[in-house]
Write a protein that binds this ligand. Structure first.
Ligand code: TEU
Length: 548
């Protein structure tokens, strides 16, 4: 059927629900707000949405601390509203992918509460990693592992009798205890959770921390705790990427295939697989495991022609043997937005470079994710005052260096002052993070009205991706070009070129481009600009119908 393999070249829009659109006027986005925004996303031309976690949660990490995997937090709506959202999306032909967080749950989850209430050694504790401390009185953590957001990966509890007791493992915050996947009840529960949401019509799952779940069974000391602490994305080889995790993805894939067999609709498993190399990542993408894994090396590449070339070449090489396609990503809710990231030391070129990168990503073979606000060219909000920051990275380290609030500020939709149409009309509640005044120039209504906006670039790029057979899946051939330029051909003659330098260069194709990220006179490619051309094998440009 038409719905088989849809994900292989899909472009999915990441909705960070808290910050998308607030329909209830409490300053926090919600599922009803997402429903309101669906026609906007349809018009943009994406194939589906990924919803960040909306489950009941005490919100120590904005929903990545789940207290109930089979419900909706009242702040975001309820199950009926979720059903309406799926129905609306499907009516518009949009897929719905939801976030699932299997590595850890919330410390408020009934399982963890039961573990605290039962004594050491009880069956309730076996769903987590509880261990006695080291030192004379057990006052030292069981091993030297570091948590991702600062401090030890272990916290000590007080036993029901009031004495200082055992320690439990948390690779993230203490409010996110790691589940013990060696305990069969854990896997059984997630099997039910998958079916619960599949029965409600979802098209797939974005799997949080998909290289996590299993830890070395002995929980030994890490050989290099300093490295674990220094580099947030280095991998403690005992805490991550254990071989046992692959069986879980095989089981989840089998559940998806079961649903596909019933109705012919492919379901999607996209993993957040943070491992050091592209080839380790490709290990998770298999015909009987995950369909996709976010390729984060593009996201972490500097604005540098060789960094991009290497990263793209590695990705294409490593995915080639998997039977899947590369999953490109430039932005998400954890990273500084491209416009700011590519600005370097205030070059003023961030916007031009981010536009060029967008055209590059849309021309690459495979699937792509677009993070809300990316289509508006939103820069990072870098000057949020300390008092408003909510990210546990800041709360736990006191450092603003990796703080993630700046890419999560509620979207501007219209008007000249905060809340810029984010909260419903007449509400006096303020958006949960303050929006800067300059958000006005990025509001969606302005973007839609200005044919030169970032939004129109995305829309035209997405439209052409759908209508041109050369884009989406397929091969990529590099072209010889000047040192600062990356150029390649797709299929029988779609050429994409990106000028990473600041000086104009001769364009690789004569004639006016089909689409360009900046002003692009025939025959030249200006600095910090990308463009697409269609040409036949003789290098002649073929005229194209304009985007309607
Ligand atoms: O992120 C997982 C992860 O590995 C993060 O440490 C990531 O590398 C970091 O945020 C980059 O700045 C996922 C979610 O995307 C993130 O929002 C959650 O906080 C985290 O899991 C815990 O669930």
């Amino acid at each position: 059927g038409a719905d088989r393999r849809w994900w292989r070249d899909a472009v999915i829009y990441q909705v960070y629900v808290r910050s998308f659109l607030d329909s209830t006027g409490d300053g926090v986005g919600d599922l009803a707000g997402v429903r309101v925004g669906l026609p906007y996303l349809k018009k943009l031309g994406v194939d589906g949405i990924w919803l960040s976690p909306f489950y009941p949660s005490p919100n120590h990490d904005h929903g990545y601390d789940v207290a109930d995997y089979s419900d909706v937090d009242p702040m975001y709506g309820d199950l009926a509203e979720f059903g309406h959202l799926v129905a609306d999306a499907h009516r518009l032909g949009l897929k719905v992918v939801i976030d699932i967080v299997p590595n850890h749950c919330s410390s408020e989850h009934p399982w963890f509460r039961a573990a605290l209430e039962s004594g050491p050694g009880g069956p309730a504790r076996s769903r987590f990693h509880f261990a006695d401390g080291r030192g004379e009185n057990g006052e030292l953590p069981p091993n030297n592992w570091h948590a991702m957001f600062g401090g030890s990966a272990w916290s000590r509890i007080t036993e029901p009798d009031g004495t200082p007791g055992q320690w439990y493992l948390h690779l993230f915050t203490p409010e996110q205890p790691d589940l013990n996947w060696r305990e069969p009840a854990v896997g059984r529960h997630f099997d039910e959770v998958l079916r619960f949401w599949l029965d409600r019509g979802v098209d797939g799952f974005r799997i949080d921390v998909a290289a996590g779940l299993f830890k070395h069974p002995e929980l030994p000391d890490s050989p290099d705790p300093e490295a674990d602490e220094r580099n947030r994305d280095s991998v403690n080889p005992l805490a991550w990427n254990q071989p046992e995790v692959h069986q879980v993805w095989r089981d989840w894939r089998a559940v998806c295939e079961e649903y596909t067999a019933r109705d012919g609709r492919d379901r999607l498993l996209v993993g957040e697989v943070s491992v050091p190399t592209a080839s380790q990542q490709a290990d998770y993408v298999r015909p009987d495991e995950l369909h996709q894994a976010f390729f984060f090396h593009l996201l972490s590449a500097r604005w540098d022609v060789e960094a991009f070339r290497t990263t793209i070449t590695d990705a294409l090489r490593d995915i080639a043997g998997t039977g899947s396609t590369v999953t490109w990503v430039l932005n998400n809710h954890d990273q500084v937005r491209t416009v700011t990231r590519y600005d370097g030391e205030s070059t003023g070129l961030g916007t031009a470079r981010a536009r060029a990168a967008a055209l590059l990503m849309l021309a690459l073979p495979g699937a792509a994710y677009v993070y809300q606000g990316e289509e508006l060219g939103l820069p990072e909000v870098v000057d949020l005052p300390d008092e408003v920051l909510t990210d546990p990275i800041f709360r736990r380290t006191g450092s603003r260096r990796h703080v993630r609030d700046g890419c999560r500020v509620p979207l501007p939709w219209s008007g000249h002052a905060s809340p810029f149409g984010f909260t419903s009309e007449g509400s006096t509640a303020r958006p949960w993070l303050p929006q800067p005044q300059w958000f006005a120039q990025h509001a969606t209504d302005r973007a839609l009205a200005d044919t030169r906006s970032f939004w129109h670039l995305y829309r035209e790029g997405l439209y052409l991706r759908r209508s041109l057979p050369q884009l989406g899946e397929g091969d990529l051939r590099w072209l010889e070009c000047p040192p600062q330029v990356l150029a390649f051909v797709r299929g029988d003659g779609l050429v994409c070129a990106v000028n990473f330098g600041e000086q104009a260069v001769p364009a690789p194709v004569a004639g006016t481009p089909l689409l360009a990220s900046g002003d692009c006179a025939a025959g030249t490619l200006p600095g910090s600009t990308a463009a697409w051309w269609i040409c036949d094998q003789f290098g002649q440009q073929t005229p194209q119908a304009p985007v309607p």
